[in-house]
Design a protein around this ligand. Sequence first.
Ligand code: ZN
Length: 335
Amino acid sequence: MINSLMELSEKLVDERKKDPLLVALMERASQGQSPRFLLISPINRSGQDLQLFNMSQGDAFHATRVPGYALLPPDLAPTLFKGPASFNSKFPNKKGIIVTFDIDEPLELIGETLENITLHPDLQSLPILAFQVNYDNGSVKIIVHGKGRDYEYENRLIHKVRIPEELDDSLLVLLCSDSRIRPPFTGKGVPMAIQTLGGYIPQYSDNDDETAQLEKFFQRWLSPIKENRRILVVGHGNFEGEGSSCSAGTASLNPRTISNQSLRQAIEELEQAATPYEPMPPLSPEDRVKSLTKATRANLLTYPAIADAHSIAQLEIDELLMDTVTNNLFQFEEM
Ligand SMILES: [Zn+2]
């Protein structure tokens, strides 16, 4: 699987380098990111949402919701929601929060999610652009709500809608929230993705928090045990020489300087998780994201559903590195 993903990514990079518009976006990406939207997608729709709204590289910073469940309040979802949303608050050109729901998700779940978004202290001034989507035929309905809307951006987004490529739910990718990277195409379609700061997820806590929702998601995805399921943990950074490092990984090298308290907490957790995998202090953000992917892989195995599938069916959990600017994939040994 790894080899075919890497071949495909290389092919796509070569194609993108022939398109002057995409080359200009890559040049901009090498300078940093300034996304306009915080995009909160269900895990199974993360990559498809970018295609649905015809988003370009750099347009949307990601947070994640577990499909079939309301987004939890910020304090119960520090990794999937609170940290990424706090990180998003420092971007100067932000216009709104996009949140998507599948066509069969109930109104109560939608209402609770919108309510919990408004509880985040760093999202107070941003409009919520909420959509219910049929991903098979690309039909999108604007959700009417009283939590602060922006009609202009709702309509702009609706006019950009196109039918996304098919979902390939045999692959789950753990990837950074960074607006410049996207889940790799698998050849069969768009994989599922959990997008968090540094692509990190915490250990299973056995509390009623985001890790309980993740465990339920893993259970549903992995049982009955299916042979073809794969997980890919991706660290991103400047791996091709002219690019840009992972901003969260960079921040985690010195979290004490961050003034936003909830962001500092999130970034400190990355530092604490990565340190046990570092025989010496990291020399670069790229060294840091490598140890962070190792920590994330180990944390995944604390979820009972994943541990079971790993021991019974040898569920594969691989790690790869992605260049922030080109999105080209690399193996650890090459770097
Ligand atoms: Zn990153």
